[in-house]
Design a protein around this ligand. Structure first.
Ligand code: HEM
Ligand SMILES: *[C@@H]1O[C@H](CO)[C@@H](O)[C@H](O)[C@H]1NC(C)=O
Length: 538
């Protein structure tokens, strides 16, 4: 995938290695007298070049870091980069075990990736300001945001405070709508009866469910329009695909190539067809009345919260920019949330013994609380199961990608020069015995047991990032959408668990699909559903 494909900008090694060439040239010189003098000149020139190279050119501080997965022969870097593309997950794990909390480097196609782990260094990364270690440049170096989600979005991601604040504050108020959308989406997409099992492709089902539920929150009932669902679910694949080929396009050609072959413009146009009139009406009403509309209440959705944010702002306050912003929010929200639900669904279907305790918890809470945010908050076993699922499937082998825009010094003295990419091997952290006893064992209720300890409740919830739970990142840039994402995932799974019996055709958990460093839930597996006879909720 685009993540770690060729990046033709920086050459971190000198290739071929001069040292390995000189003996052959010397050999050649002694055997043939005719060329002794020219050969001597060449050798002398190479020797001088060597001296100049050793003394004159500044060595990179990265030379001091151990590398992992790089053969020692000339051009080994490139072989290493190829290996990393194919076996990145295993190489990352090896380096993590071998260097135990010390930084090491691995080869991307044309640059180094420095991997840092352990509490202290991850803490350094968390605390570093964007002036030194940039989050957005980290993303940009992989996703080419400038072209794939747009210049304005890359430089002015004003949805972040909206997601963090008004959106998160409104989860409880909007919960009845979210629940009714979950019910309606499953009625449509998994129309099982109590008599027969029906078989559906889990991915093809969960993706539109999540798009509908998320967009009920973002844009209201428009979420049910099949064409709109297609646009929102398609956009993420467009971004990833465009990023992949832009990655191997020389930087100076990217603006033109993106304009000619990119999908951003057509996605924006198609999304504007659906959202344009809604947004325009919202802007008009906002101009006249602000938040307090006469006669009808202003819709309480992401469009309104974004309109609040852009009030009085020339460049942000356009139908086009707002549409792009909503597309980008969808990009960040839908596939991540879908993946979480799929991994959980597969693990449950493959381990039916986890289902009963969850069903008991969910139905007793729903009986007293109804389907509310408070109820979801009380489902600590479900929370634990979802968190354990996400500990095993955080979406990739590495996370917390940052781009050093200035030289940066870690607290152990390690220096990474400007231009370096840095990441944390999150999957390895999630499987480290020092972070979790029996780390290799899927233990669905490990976190709910930990929460039983007095005063430890909140620390072990799924929404709380920590140096040993990095699915949502950590620190300033930790996913601001995680409160919504966790509520949504738990709501969807709680509904599935109470409404259906479900199983896999052969009983085995469908294997994950790895693409380079990216982890995906199985995209083709089918899950069988049958409606339960006695649904115990209200
Ligand atoms: C299970 C679902 C989700 C996962 C696993 C996830 C994961 C992440 C991760 C790993 C980051 C980067 C953190 C870092 O590098 O330190 C991030 C950032 C972000 N996420 Fe999520 N996310 C999810 C759902 C959502 C949702 C539903 C929304 C919005 C509605 C959202 C909005 C964002 C935004 C705006 C950022 C950028 C934050 C910044 O630049 O400071 N995410 N997310
Ligand atoms: C996905 O799951 C199906 C059924 O379990 C399996 O046949 C297939 O190989 C899996 N796909 C991948 C890429 O592992």
């Amino acid at each position: 995938m685009g993540f770690f494909a060729a990046h033709p900008t920086r050459h971190p090694v000198n290739c071929p290695d001069i040292n390995s060439l000189t003996p052959y040239l010397a050999d050649f010189a002694t055997n043939s007298t005719d060329v002794t003098i020219p050969a001597a000149v060449v050798i002398l020139a190479l020797a001088v070049f060597q001296v100049v190279r050793k003394t004159g050119i500044k060595r990179s501080p990265l030379d001091a870091l151990p590398s992992v997965g790089i053969p020692r022969y000339p051009c080994g870097f490139y072989v290493g980069a190829w290996n990393y593309l194919k076996h990145g997950r295993a190489i990352t794990q090896d380096g993590y075990i071998k260097h135990r909390g010390k930084p090491f480097k691995v080869a991307l196609a044309n640059r180094w990736l420095v991997l840092v782990s352990g509490r202290q260094l991850v803490e350094d990364l968390r605390k570093a300001s964007d002036e030194f270690l940039s989050f957005s440049e980290g993303i940009n170096s992989v996703l080419h945001h400038e072209y794939t989600v747009g210049h304005e979005q890359h430089h002015d991601p004003y949805q972040i405070p909206v997601v963090r604040s008004p959106m998160t504050r409104n989860i409880a108020v909007c919960f009845p709508d979210l629940y009714s959308e979950v019910v309606a989406a499953f009625e449509n997409l998994v129309p099982a009866t109590t008599d027969d099992w029906i078989s559906v492709c889990a991915m093809q089902t969960m993706l539109p469910v999540v798009s509908r539920v998320s967009n009920r929150f973002f844009v209201g009932l428009k979420c049910r329009d099949p064409e709109y669902i297609k646009i929102t679910t398609q956009f993420a694949s467009d971004v990833i695909r465009d990023a992949a080929w832009l990655h191997v396009t020389p930087p100076f050609l990217r603006p033109l190539a993106a304009r000619l072959f990119g999908h951003l413009e057509s996605a924006t146009r198609r999304a504007m067809k659906h959202l344009g009139p809604i947004i325009q009406h919202r802007l008009n009403m906002d101009e006249r009345y602000g938040r307090d509309w006469p006669n009808t209440a202003r819709p309480n959705d992401m469009i309104s919260w974004l309109v609040d944010e852009v009030r009085g702002h020339q460049t942000r306050r356009t139908v086009r920019t707002l549409t792009r912003t909503l597309l980008n929010v969808n990009f960040g929200a839908i596939h991540t949330t879908t993946e979480g639900c799929l991994h959980a669904l597969y693990s449950l279907a493959a381990n039916p013994n986890y289902i009963e305790p969850l069903r008991t918890e969910i139905s007793s809470i729903v009986q007293t609380e109804g389907w509310t945010k408070v109820a979801i908050g009380k489902m600590v076993m479900l929370d634990s199961f979802m968190k354990e699922s996400s500990r095993f499937s955080p979406g990739g082998a590495v996370g917390m990608l940052r781009h050093a825009v200035k030289d940066f010094t870690f607290s152990d003295g390690t220096v990474v020069p400007a231009g370096t990419l840095i990441a944390v091997p999150i999957l390895a952290e999630h499987h480290d015995e020092r972070n979790y006893p029996n780390a290799q064992i899927f233990d669905p209720f490990r976190f709910s047991r930990m929460r039983d300890v007095a005063g430890e409740g909140l620390k072990h919830q799924m929404v709380t990032p920590s140096p040993s739970f990095l699915t949502f990142g950590l620190g300033r840039h930790a996913c601001p959408g995680r409160f919504f994402a966790v509520n949504e995932q738990k709501l969807i799974m709680a509904h599935v668990i109470l409404t259906y019996d479900f199983r896999l055709e052969d009983g085995l958990r469908p294997e994950d699909e790895w693409l380079g460093l990216m982890q995906g839930a199985n995209t083709s597996a089918k899950v069988l559903f049958r409606r339960r006879k006695y649904i115990t909720d209200a």
